[in-house]
Write a new protein. Sequence first.
Length: 362
Amino acid sequence: MTSRTVTLLDVARAAGVSKSTVSDALQGSGRVAEATRDRVRAVAEELGYRPNSAARRLRRASTGAVGLHLPATATRLDYYMNLAFGAVERAQEDGLDMVLLAPSGAAGGRIASRVDGLLVIDPEAGDSAVPGLLDAGVPVATGERYLGPSAGPSAAVVCDNAASLTALLDHVTERGARRPAVLAPSGSSAWATALRATARSWGLVHGVEVALRTMPFAATPAEAEETTRALLTADPAVDAVICAPDGSAPGVLRAATALGREVGTMGGGGGTGGSNGRGGGTPPEPGTIARPGPGLLVAACVDGPATRGAEPPVTAVDLRPAAYGRACAELLCDILADRAAPDTVRRHAWSLETRASTGSPG
């Protein structure tokens, strides 16, 4: 029996109760004993029962839609587009339309009248629209936790961002890096905050000074190139660069090439000025052609077309954005259908994809 064929009557028969008792138990209404309510819900979950979306909307006078709030810079980032597609697909499985909200947000009351629930992805503590969304009077699920003050409970789907950056730092160290740098995002999202804190704590634990630089949350390749050029010129001992913002890795690679740093290897000479004994060298004069210099490992915190299609391909953390969007939408759907509590927190898995930019097989 699949989730598409299970009915209230199926659940009632399996639980040994009436159809009306099942309905009351799943909706949290009526005079149903707690033990019976728990048994009915357990049977419904075991059978894979999903409430009929159309009928549920009629009972609750609901809109049949949920809202999706993305960061203001999301429209030009591949990660968020894939996340949105995954969320839309999952919401439709519960018969719900997905409404993309304007980045500036709107008054909570107006939003609540248009949607049954809200997905708020990577909420910034400094985003003035977020408090109104969280207090809109409808169930809310966030993609990553909100670090600002909140009036009510909200569910969340979270990644272990500290663990993913730790894995990257461990990886480049295992490949020979002794002076890693992290180009972390600015801002007050849980992701950005975790990456900056992890870069510092990893260095303390390992007795290694991590060169930490910040860039805009959605830094362009040009901004990443400028930041990397400045970093490697000021600190030529840096032998690994981990960039966080989605799509910024090509800028790091361009900066490395311009400075004569050979990406994907820890060997090589010393640029135009020779090695300084710390894994660095003197950058070439403007307008000159750089000779192969000391090696540089490059990795990214967000995988995507920019990392997979780079030359060389860039080692990156695959956050599985489409699956993450599905997980966020599924949590919200479960809350709306009383299959999950409004403060539920679920985990989302990531994977490390090693490629030639860190001297690893693609």
